[in-house]
Design a binder for this molecule. Sequence first.
Ligand code: DX5
Ligand code: ZN
Length: 217
Amino acid sequence: DRSIKIAPSILSADFADFGREIRAVEDQGADWVHVDVMDGHFVPNITFGPPAVAAFRKHVRTVMDVHLMIAPVDPYIDAFARAGADIITAHVEAGPHIHRTLQAIRGAGARAGVALNPGTPAESVEHLLDLADLVCVMTVNPGFGGQKFIDMTDKVRRLRAMIGDRPVHIEIDGGVDPTTAPALARAGADVLVAGSAVFRGGSVSNSAPYGENIAAI
Ligand code: DX5
Ligand code: ZN
């Protein structure tokens, strides 16, 4: 479905070659580029900080979608905005002041996203929908690529009803592949993050599989 955006997660890219990996997935049809920031505290893995994200910015020609899996979040919002994030997504579980966090993201000039872990109900974002441009529904427990999909179709359907006619994206993150994507799109998701399902079988010097994988989702 062409109205569904595909956001490859560079967590599954070659970490020594991000510039060319970003160009390769965009040339192969990626709509957005999804950047997973992990702190070894909110999630049990560490990836990259604002200087790395600023370096990615030079290569991203589409939309740089930055998913912060860090706690606390607020001290780093300005740094990620200055690094050139178009969208900054923070977790509802990352602190007591997600409302303030979303205001701060917009105040820093980025679009604001709010992410929910699999165990967190749709209702946790009910009072945030006028402050958010995107709700990210995690379909794995965050921290690693390549994990088994956890079905959250019912949560997506509830969120789409709660959102009503507001211009809010529903993004799915974790275990998205050609077998899991269709039901999520039918339930109301319009942005699909995919890491392992996009990067499998390809490389910067053989990027056609990226295009085939994106088209198959
Ligand atoms: C998980 C990350 C995801 C991850 C998805 O913590 O937020 O973006 O890269 O990877 P796959 O698509 O392989 O499940
Ligand atoms: Zn992510």
